[in-house]
Design a protein around this ligand. Structure first.
Ligand code: WT7
Length: 655
């Protein structure tokens, strides 16, 4: 292996063209218009972004400088311009479409609300006025720890309106995680609810908030509590205030606070695989531009669409494609409080039918989980309103892709596989669905204005097709992160130092095929090293899932005297977990299968069966834990962010 590159061993050759009907009715029916975008971006990177910033954003004070790279890698975009993000999401739509529905909300228990742009604007203004009266000023940090309800969006928009920097902590995180994030952000206010409905249970958010505040958080002056589940909670007088009291008698208008384009809009903490969480800091103008352009390019958003992104506002996906992007584009979105399997695995499809969803965006982990539960659920519902499907969060294995395409999309919806990160703010590698043919498992090409390449260890671009390496971005882009909150050095170390500031390091391995399509091979830290061959985990997992009996698989390396690493696979079968005798037979079948699909080199040495895989609440497999288990070591790390802690015993073979 030259230059320590990563070998690709699994290739997918099917391609799917968008239908003529989809293309003709899209925002970009003409291939030439897309080519023109790419051409403009590649010949004049900053001019391209400047033109979009001028046409897509309402500036209070126009910018004169597009990109400031004097302090690189602390790049700045549009940095003498002034705007307000909430103004761009709400006020600018009021005159032409104040009565249009902004948010269709459905609670887990089936309660629904339709909120117009005007009503949303009024609620945001009232809450913004309430925050101001509590002493919140521009630049203050406000932490949100809320269920997936419209008030979460109201609170985020209200912060944006007065220049306060929000930091949303996912409602599934523990009190300890909440405390750490509040303290790192040095927040003045925490906004929560009594609870939320999730998975048929009440998530006791106020209780967790009380616990977090009792363990520190001296910076907090008030907690604001929205009443959702109506169960008994403690209210500490002086500190805790009900949401309804915050907005009581408040005006329904609130002059937006104009901020500099570089003013931080929000912080969002990512756990990463090691170390303390990083507060990823995003800007106002550049971030907003990324949200708008990708809504248009990748989701083809149009006036009549009903857009549904299933992500929680606790993740970047729920920021860009729930709280900001759809509103900035003046579209109608659906928001759902609950879990996809409550009351049964038909919930998503029932909601698509009921609300006539046209664009549906979810994670491969949800698709696989629902696929495992069978076709009868989706088949019960009329999914004909759907015109575009999307995925995000991890590579989608071709089997799940095909199911999504045939059973959900009924073979007429393009699927946009969108590669991006908390750090990138918006989609980076993704198709323009009216023209780009899809290949199951590939996120296709870099978007216009995104200069992504694959490089080897020395930083040289890999031009050989299908040779894997580091995925990097060569030029800054408007929606990129600006810093790690309070740790500028770590920002430089993590994202720029490896290639001397020349490239943004995404931390993923990837290859490009002979058509120039990108294939993500996994996180760099997860690459397997078997007998001197470096293999991405993704391809072995895909091969396993391609077997008819397998629902999900995760693969890790385990130290091996001779081979360097051996391949350890964790497999979830469709249906029940096999008995001990059956497990041996299936292990042999799967080993042979992977040998046929990929080659002997990739045959798993060990396979362990479980009912589920250890996942974070955002659906990411915790490979760090799986590596520990594969080695036979005891688990000593914190597992409280696991969605399903109880699965660990099974994976260890103890149950
Ligand atoms: C990491 C970023 C971006 C929103 C959700 C996750 C993986 C993300 C894809 C995709 C293959 C993907 C990457 C990336 N990832 N999308 N379409 N294909 N891998 O945000 O928690 O910041 O995670 O998710 O490994 O680096 P995040």
């Amino acid at each position: 292996m030259e230059n320590n590159t990563i070998q690709s061993v699994l290739q997918e050759h099917r391609t799917f063209k968008p239908s003529a009907e989809f293309s003709q009715n899209s925002r970009f029916p003409d291939p030439a218009s897309i080519e023109a975008l790419y051409k403009h971006a590649s010949t004049d990177h900053t001019g391209f972004w400047a033109e979009l910033a001028n046409t897509q954003i309402n500036w209070h004070k126009p910018f004169t400088k597009t990109l400031d790279d004097t302090q690189a890698p602390y790049y700045e975009w549009f940095n003498d311009g002034e705007l307000n993000v909430s103004y761009n999401c709400l006020d600018r739509h009021l005159e032409t479409q104040g009565d249009k529905t902004a948010i269709i909300f459905e609670g887990e228990q089936g309660d629904t609300q339709h909120i117009s742009y005007r009503t949303l604007y009024e609620r945001v203004c009232q809450f913004a006025n309430g925050l101001k009266d509590l002493g919140v000023v521009s630049g203050d940090r406000v932490v949100l720890y809320m269920p997936m309800i419209p008030e979460a969006v109201v609170a985020m928009q209200a912060c944006a309106r007065i220049g306060a920097i929000h930091s949303v902590v996912f409602g599934g995180f523990s009190a300890e995680s909440l405390r750490d994030r509040i303290e790192d952000a040095d927040a003045k206010i925490v906004i929560t609810a009594d609870g939320g409905h999730r998975g048929g249970k009440v998530v006791p958010l106020k209780e967790a908030t009380d616990k977090a505040l009792s363990m520190g958080c001296d910076c907090i002056e008030h907690s604001i509590v929205f009443t959702r589940t109506k169960h008994d909670i403690n209210m500490q007088s002086g500190r805790d205030i009900l949401w309804d009291d915050v907005i009581k008698d408040k005006a329904t208008t609130c002059e937006p606070t104009w901020v500099n384009s570089e003013h931080p809009l929000f912080l969002l903490y990512t756990s990463g695989s090691t170390g303390k969480p990083k507060g990823i800091q995003h800007s106002s103008g550049g971030y907003l531009l990324g949200a708008i352009t990708t809504m248009q390019w990748v989701f083809d958003i149009q006036d009549k669409d009903i857009f549904w992104c299933t992500a929680d506002v606790g993740w970047i996906t729920g920021h860009t494609y729930v709280a900001y992007g759809p509103l900035a584009c003046g579209s109608t979105m659906l928001m759902f409080e609950g879990a996809p399997t409550v009351p049964d695995a038909g919930r998503f499809w029932k909601m698509c039918e009921a609300h006539k969803v046209t664009i549906f965006y979810t994670a491969p982990t949800a698709i696989r989980a629902l696929m495992k539960l069978g076709d009868d659920f989706p088949k019960k519902y009329d999914l004909s309103s759907l015109r575009l499907l999307g995925t995000v969060g991890e590579p989608i294995n071709p089997e799940a892709w095909m199911w999504y395409h045939t059973v959900i999309g009924q073979e007429k919806c393009p699927i946009v596989d969108t590669w991006w990160q908390t750090e990138t703010g918006a989609h980076m590698l993704a198709p323009m669905p009216s023209q780009t043919s899809a290949k199951p498992g590939s996120c296709t090409r870099a978007l216009p204005g995104i200069d992504a390449i694959v490089v080897d260890e020395a930083g040289n671009e890999i031009t050989t097709a299908d040779q894997g390496g580091y995925l990097v971005v060569r030029k800054p882009w408007p929606s990129m992160l600006r810093n790690i909150w309070g740790d500028a050095e770590r920002y430089n170390e993590t994202y720029w130092a490896k290639f001397d500031g020349k490239y943004y390091l995404a931390g993923d391995s990837a290859r490009k095929d002979s058509d120039g399509y990108f294939w993500i091979m996994g996180r760099i830290d997860d690459v397997l090293n078997v007998s001197g061959h470096r293999l991405g985990t993704m391809e072995v997992e895909s091969a396993l899932v391609a077997h008819e009996r397998v629902a999900e698989a995760a693969v890790v390396g385990s130290p091996h005297d001779i081979k360097g690493e051996s391949i350890f696979a964790y497999v979830v079968l469709k249906g029940d977990r096999p008995s001990a005798e059956d497990a041996d037979a299936i292990t042999q079948t799967l080993r042979t299968w992977v040998g046929e699909q990929i080659g002997a080199i990739a045959k798993p040495d060990n396979i362990r069966f479980a009912d589920n895989l250890p996942k974070t609440r955002s659906g990411k497999i915790m490979r760090r834990l799986l590596r520990t288990i594969a080695k036979g070591d005891e688990i000593t790390s914190d597992t409280s962010t696991l969605e399903n802690e109880s699965i660990l015993l099974q994976l260890q073979g103890k149950e």
